[in-house]
Design a protein around this ligand. Structure first.
Ligand code: MG
Length: 316
């Protein structure tokens, strides 16, 4: 019996300009690309933690990959032994297992435009590109008037989302929440408070979305919108089971993956019919490293025409 084998590559991707979030500046990210082979069937996956999300680190994932010494059955049994660990590695293994479907995905997905330093000119440029939903990064210093100015300039069909990445205190979060709830063109505010902040209980669920605090099923019980990053969510079958009974909006989002993780994440997002714009406006932010093969823009698409064997060889 062939129980399967794997190999992996660690790659570093440098942002063209350091990515500024409310939690700090990110200059580069490391990813581990995984290639599995089981009975001649090839699968690809990507381990792509994001610095401020409570998952395993790249180094921790690499240790497990080294210790299992290329045996896929050994690797899966190590990961299965601790249900609450290694969500990124679990996601990557889920991608490998579903790769025969993932590689054929060429569907289209509506996408929200990302503005990391929101201002009216930046928003107008995104509307000009055809985006109708924009996601604005905010923090404790962001003047509410800046968002009001963007709203005043917004086309009538446009909507906004705000993402604080856990940077607000409870008072500021309440002020922003009241503002967001009073504005029809704002869909929600994402992660106003830090992970585990007790203030979520009093802030209420209406128009408050969780991202960092959710991560994977088994986290918080939340009726507001939830942002799910396929790369961080853990075992994909477990997520689907949870999703089948969860009532509420889910927005799927990139974790700044290479083409391997992006193809998988787009496929994953498309498993659920949705009219919401998804979070995949993350192309073009890295230095040109020949690891992006998908388009960006208000409509993004999977690619069934790529030669993944060739891409793997080029990366390695
Ligand atoms: Mg977020």
């Amino acid at each position: 019996m062939n129980s399967g084998k794997y190999e992996f590559l660690r790659v570093r991707r440098r942002f063209r300009q350091p990515l500024v979030t409310a939690r700090g500046t990110v200059e580069s990210v490391d990813r581990i690309l995984l290639r599995t082979e089981t009975n001649g069937e090839i699968g690809y996956g990507e381990i792509s933690p994001w610095p401020t999300f409570p998952t395993e680190t790249i180094d921790q994932a690499r240790e497990i990959l080294r210790s299992a010494q290329g045996s896929l059955s050994h690797l899966t049994s190590i990961v299965a032994a601790d249900k609450n660990s290694f969500p990124c590695l679990r996601s990557a293994l889920s991608s490998c297992a579903a790769w025969s479907q993932i590689k054929t995905f060429a569907g289209k997905i509506k996408c929200a435009g990302l503005l990391t330093a929101p201002n009216v000119a930046g928003a107008q440029a995104k509307w000009g590109e055809g985006f109708t939903t924009l996601k604005l990064k905010i923090n404790a210093q962001t003047p509410l008037t800046e968002v009001e100015a963007i709203l005043s300039a917004a086309p009538s069909e446009a909507t906004l989302r705000l993402d604080a990445n856990g940077s607000l205190d409870l008072n500021a979060a309440r002020t922003w929440a009241d503002f967001v709830r009073g504005e029809k063109q704002i869909e929600f505010m994402e992660q106003p408070l830090a992970v585990g902040h007790a203030g979520y209980a009093s802030l209420g669920h209406n128009k408050i979305a969780l991202d960092e605090s959710f991560l994977a099923p088994g986290g918080m019980n939340w009726s507001g919108p939830i942002v799910v990053k396929p790369a961080l969510v853990g075992d994909w079958r477990e997520f689907r089971q949870w999703r089948a009974s969860h009532v509420g909006q889910i927005i799927y989002s990139s974790a700044f993956e290479t083409a391997i993780g992006r193809q998988a994440a787009l496929w994953f997002a498309a498993q659920e019919p949705s009219t919401l714009a998804q979070g995949f406006d993350t192309i073009g932010l890295f230095e040109n490293d020949a690891r992006d093969y998908h388009n960006s823009g208000p409509i993004v698409a999977g690619r069934s025409d790529l030669d993944w064997t060739k891409i793997w060889k080029e990366i390695s």
